[in-house]
Design a protein around this ligand. Structure first.
Ligand SMILES: NC(=O)c1ccc[n+]([C@@H]2O[C@H](COP(=O)([O-])OP(=O)(O)OC[C@H]3O[C@@H](n4cnc5c(N)ncnc54)[C@H](OP(=O)(O)O)[C@@H]3O)[C@@H](O)[C@H]2O)c1
Length: 324
């Protein structure tokens, strides 16, 4: 971090502040002492500014005059929505990212931390994937629009550094889950959609229908862990190159195992059916957290069963406000 930001309290603007990751960062900032004295943190939803629109982007930057930006806003969705709307994902995300990054640059924002995703890596690759491999080949067909738009953030970050000396960087979380996720059956992420399905199956006394074979393997990271790591990146991480935020490779597990943890957490005792007529997506996307571990060897991740239990409890207790 440079001397100017050490001396002056930060004004941090969090785009996408009303989503899964944004709400987790808000929790860490407001409930876990993540906010230092004098700092101002603003959490935006799309209601305050639609970043697809440049004028709205400029207006909200003018209003809050951030020194630092955490850029989470994105058109995001589950596997099936991506397959239906690749072009929308590409165009909206290209615009959102260009508007946020260029406006940050024009207004002299010192640091921007954007959010990429482990699903943007090449489809045909060697494992584990690491930060150097983002651009090494086409992404999986199912989400090529979102992936290419996200990859361009990394290219833009390099460009802002090369041409203007800006220290804009990005993190690459693996599959995030937690309170405030999108629990919609079709458009939600895998764990949150499964939690909602399990909750509904229990209520209705029907079997739990899981889309796909349950064999694809994933690394899941609890949103509060992502949030704590985001704050570290904002304050301490000085590279332009992105950094993967993930549990270790040995913690990648089949979706089937996560389904069992969800069934346990929600006390679901019915039949579990895997619908293999539905697509599985990538069979695995093992990511290395070696770079993160070099910086933070002692960071403790929330165990998956504990995070799933907390998220299921949140969902049950907040069913009325949850995105379903
Ligand atoms: N969830 C994951 O597993 C995962 C994994 C890797 C990376 N990521 C990345 O992490 C970031 C946050 O994801 P999330 O899971 O927290 O998503 P989310 O829960 O769907 O939240 C998306 C956020 O973006 C805002 N947003 C969407 N379109 C916008 C627009 N046009 N203008 C302004 N704001 C807009 C939403 O505002 P509203 O609430 O008003 O709609 C919301 O605050 C994204 O960049 C995503 O790509 C997520």
């Amino acid at each position: 971090m440079d001397s100017q930001t050490k001396a002056d309290p930060m004004r941090v603007l969090v785009t996408g502040g009303s989503g899964l990751v944004g709400k987790a960062i808000e929790h860490v900032v407001k409930q876990e002492g993540g906010c230092l004295e004098g700092e101002q943190w603003t959490f935006l939803s799309s209601k305050e500014a639609n970043f697809v629109d440049l004028q709205q982007t400029r207006a909200v930057f003018e209003k809050y005059r951030p020194t630092h930006v955490i850029h989470l806003a994105a058109k995001v969705g589950g596997l099936y929505l991506h397959m239906k709307e690749n072009l929308h994902f590409l165009r909206d995300n290209l615009r959102i990212n260009d508007n946020v990054l260029q406006t940050s640059h024009e207004r002299g924002v010192t640091k921007v931390v954007s959010c990429l995703s482990s699903c943007i890596f090449p489809d045909k690759t060697t494992y584990p994937i690491d930060e150097s491999m983002i651009h090494n080949g086409p992404p999986h067909d199912s989400n090529f629009g979102y992936s290419h738009a996200k990859r361009m953030i990394d290219i833009q970050n390099r460009g802002y550094f090369a041409q203007h000396g800006r220290r804009y960087t990005a993190v690459i979380p693996t599959n995030v889950y937690g309170p405030y996720d999108n629990f919609n059956f079709e458009n939600g992420h895998v764990l949150s959609a499964l939690m909602h399905k399990t909750y509904a199956a229990k209520k209705e006394g029907t079997p739990l229908q899981v889309w796909g074979s349950g064999t694809p393997r994933r690394q899941f990271i609890y949103s509060l862990d992502v949030a704590r790591l985001f704050l570290w990146v904002l304050r301490e991480y000085d590279e332009i190159d992105p950094i993967i935020l993930s549990v270790g490779e040995e913690e990648e597990l089949p979706i089937k195992d996560a389904v069992e943890m969800i069934a346990d957490a929600l006390d679901f005792k019915g039949q579990i059916v895997f619908d293999t007529s539905k697509s599985d997506g990538q069979m695995k996307k093992t990511a290395s957290n070696a770079k993160l571990r070099r910086y933070l060897p002692d960071f403790t991740f929330t165990p998956l069963s504990e995070g799933i239990k907390k998220t299921c409890d949140w969902f049950v207790n907040n069913y009325d406000i949850a995105r379903t």
